[in-house]
Structure formats: structure tokens, C-alpha cells
Design a protein around this ligand. Sequence first.
Ligand code: KG4
Ligand code: ZN
Length: 341
Amino acid sequence: MNKDIKILSIETSCDETAAAIVINGRKVISNVIASQIDIHTKFGGVVPEVASRKHIEAISVVVEEALNEANLTLEDIDAVGVTYGPGLVGALLVGVQYAKSLAYSLDIPLIGVNHIEGHISANFIQHKNLEPPFVCLVVSGGHTFIVYMKEHGEFEVLGQTRDDAAGEAFDKVARAIGLGYPGGPKIDRISKEGNPLAISFPRANFHDKDCLDFSFSGIKSAVLNYLNKMNMKGEDINEADVAASFQKAVVDVLVDNAMAACKRKQVDKIAIAGGVASNSCLRQTMIEEGAKRGIKVLFPEPILCTDNAAMIGSAAYYELLRGKKSNLELNAIPNLKLGER
Ligand code: KG4
Ligand code: ZN
């Protein structure tokens, strides 16, 4: 009988210090997240140096808590998975060094995981029977990709942002209309009271009709221009209408390109991943448009959409199955590309 594989995973790529224990890539037995959001909110965004320091303070407590929650000790762990990129270099290094020390002292495999692959893998935890091939729309604060996952560990990027990430656009627009940081959830909430057709914000069009790339800086600038114009005219701004119209513009392009990617790859399932995958308008529109085309839309529960270590544990498991272990030379790679080792 095959033994269950318990992976202790660590995630410190941005502003969450997280550790989890995942069995066989699918079953989460603990998932601990220490968020630094309160500290960064004061600065209106993540301050890299502050993030690294806070990771150092939190990492051992978070790992210990993950073990306690799972009712396990370090001796029960079969491998250590850790995010080594992309992300903030100082933040990544905290997790990488900690994971290396653990793997070395316990004499167990170390597996470096790509953060984006982690986001995609959150869907394997949520949907126990999900297997590639499928298309995945990864939308987070730092990344926007449409990816075709052919096999575990095999990715083809079909489209990506040429400027701002989707979540970054949400955060910037939220700041401009005075909602604060992080803006995504706030725009989502206030949009429910607004009219998405109130203001027509532009959707980026590329000359090449087959191109599945994105550009969000134009939409963002259009919102800022609209706000300036209204202020100069002394007219009242309806924040809910601005938020709902902006959100619709972003969601429309995400969904259009995602559906086109499914058609191109002839797949009938699409997963969404990353912080923006929690967005209620994105979820609903994807489901509606998917239903029209016979495409099943999958997404993880919100806690698995934003940064967490369980998703890293799932990705690490499939890397381990494919024999992709790291050695103690593993280093943080801030601009690590998808599928790159
Ligand atoms: O995946 P994540 O936790 O971190 C990165 O890897 O970047 O994503 C965070 C991003 C932030 O930009 C946040 O505003 C956005 O996800 N976000 C949302 C929602 N919840 C989080 N954006 C839109 N609607 C939401 N409900
Ligand atoms: Zn992330």
C-alpha cells in the first residue's frame, strides 16, 4: 500500500506569512496565514523591507501552528515545499532559507514551487477529481495570465497583461475613489450598489485579433480622468457607479479572453485562480458565459484564492511525483517565469 505523503509548505512571497500541511496534494489538514495587511494599509501598499522583517518575526510561529493544528510533529513530515518566486526577493528569501534549514535538518526532500503554479493548484484542493488538461485564468495582485495546463508541471501561456495586473488595477482604482487598500474586495462590495452600465470605460483592443493579452492601464487612466473631470466641474461622483462600471470593464475582457482560450484549446473546463478569482462579478459572468458554451467553470473557495501555503503544498506534491526535487542551492528568483525551473 502506498504511504500518504505529508508536505509541509511555506509561502512568503508578498505580505502573508503562511504554512500548511497537505496530504497527497489534495487534502489540507492545516492552513495557517499571518497577514501583514494592517501594517501595509498605513502605507497604501506593500513595503518590501517591512514585509521581510515581518516574515522573519512570524515564520517559526506560523510553521509551529500549522503542525499543532494538524496534530503532527516535524518527524511526521515527508517533504518541505516552498515558494521561491516570483515575488519580493527579501520576502521570498525568508521562506526559502527556513525551508532549506528544515529539509536539511530533517533529511527530507525540498521542493521549490512557482507561486503562480501554486495559485493554479489551489483548484486541485477544491476539486478533488480535477486533472489537466484545462485552461486557467490566473488573476492576482501581481499577475494576470491565461494558461493552458497540459499536464502537471506543463504550462503554455496563452495571454498575459502588458502592463498592470488585474488586482493592481482594482487596488489603484479603489485608492482613487477613496476606498483604501486592498481595493479589490472593497470595489467588489460597493459595486453591488452601483450601475455597471453608468459609465462606459474603454476595453483595450490589440491589432492582432487572435491576441489574448490584456492591458489594464488604459481602463485605470480612464477612471482617473473621469474622476478629475467630475471634480473640475464640481459634479457629484457616484462611487458605486464608478466601481461597478470599472469592474464590468475589467471582467468583460477577462471573460472574453478566457472563453476564447477555451475555444482555441478545445477544452470544456476552465479554472480561475488568484486573489481576483474571489470577485463575485467575475465568478458570475464566467459561469454565465461558460454555460452558454458548455464550459465548466471552477474556482477555489476565497481562502484558497488569496495567498496561502496550502496551494504551494499541492503544487509541491505534483513536483515531487515528477521527481522535481530542489537542492540546498535553491535561491529566491523574484521574476521566475511560469513553467521555468
Ligand atoms: O493572489 P493574491 O492574494 O496576491 C498576489 O499574488 O498578488 O491577490 C491579491 C489581489 C489584490 O490586488 C486584491 O485587491 C485582489 O487580489 N482581490 C480582489 C478581490 N479579493 C482580492 N479583487 C477583486 N475582487 C475581490 N473580491
Ligand atoms: Zn499570489
